[in-house]
Write a protein that binds this ligand. Sequence first.
Ligand SMILES: C[S@@+](CC[C@H](N)C(=O)[O-])C[C@H]1O[C@@H](n2cnc3c(N)ncnc32)[C@H](O)[C@@H]1O
Length: 284
Amino acid sequence: MARVRFADWLIGAAGMGALRSWLGADRAAVDGCVADLERLLQTRHEEPLLRLEVPLPEVDATTGYASWAGTYDVLPNPLIRVEEPAVRRFLGDVAPGRALDAACGTGRHAAFLAARGHRVMGVDTSPAMLAHARIRVPEAALAVGCLVALPIPSASIDLAVCALALMHLPELRPAVAELARIVRPGGRIVLSDLHPTTLLLGGGALFQGADGTFGRVAGWVHRLEDYVAAFTATGLEIRACVEPAWGEEELPLLAGPLYPLAPEALRAAFVGLPAALVWSLERQ
Ligand SMILES: C[S@@+](CC[C@H](N)C(=O)[O-])C[C@H]1O[C@@H](n2cnc3c(N)ncnc32)[C@H](O)[C@@H]1O
């Protein structure tokens, strides 16, 4: 089973901080990152947190979310902090109607839509995540189903949201086509995901289950050009696209107990880097 040292992530982040600062006017910032890097390299065999090595298996979405379901709404998630305001802004634009939360998980966006007066359906492949959604949004009609074969009639939905799930699919187009199928002409779709930049820089859907063990749900990079090609091919018009970035407040959540070991380098590495990708679309 794959074992990882979180020290490797922190050392990489310090290097990334130096890379992002080396051409800037702030010489102290790049010097601080290099100093952190040297200190981390010197202490990585002594400092208990840096020596820590844990199994971190890559698992498929069904296995991963079965383990993650119990802690998904309990442990703080920096990505959700960044993503949620942007998604809610787009969802809040749409008058109440028939809404679908596709890959609804524990019902985070479904609950928001229900509170705004929508008649809400939710679909997810994970029975464990859906069990939490049933408690959180009892008024929603929830079903097990897959993004590439939604159990929903064509053109029957006014507003669909699909949040933080498309990265788990190797190909975007089949799921985007399916969302385009179930939304009526003139209807809206809001999509969000971990930004591909974060995935390309070693990020991913890492979780800690209720038993304390770690895992990573398999993910695929979808570039902005892949999204645009999928929208164009399926008759979806882009109304807006936003790329909310990591801020200072997310750093302690991103780095957890490692944060105090290199706060300045983490700031230089992450603050301002796109964290989430959020689209607002209209069905033609
Ligand atoms: C990170 S969670 C996001 C849950 C929820 N949308 C939110 O934003 O809080 C990803 C969800 O996608 C679901 N999922 C992954 N692949 C899926 C697929 N092919 N079809 C439907 N759901 C899927 C998982 O079971 C999980 O509940």
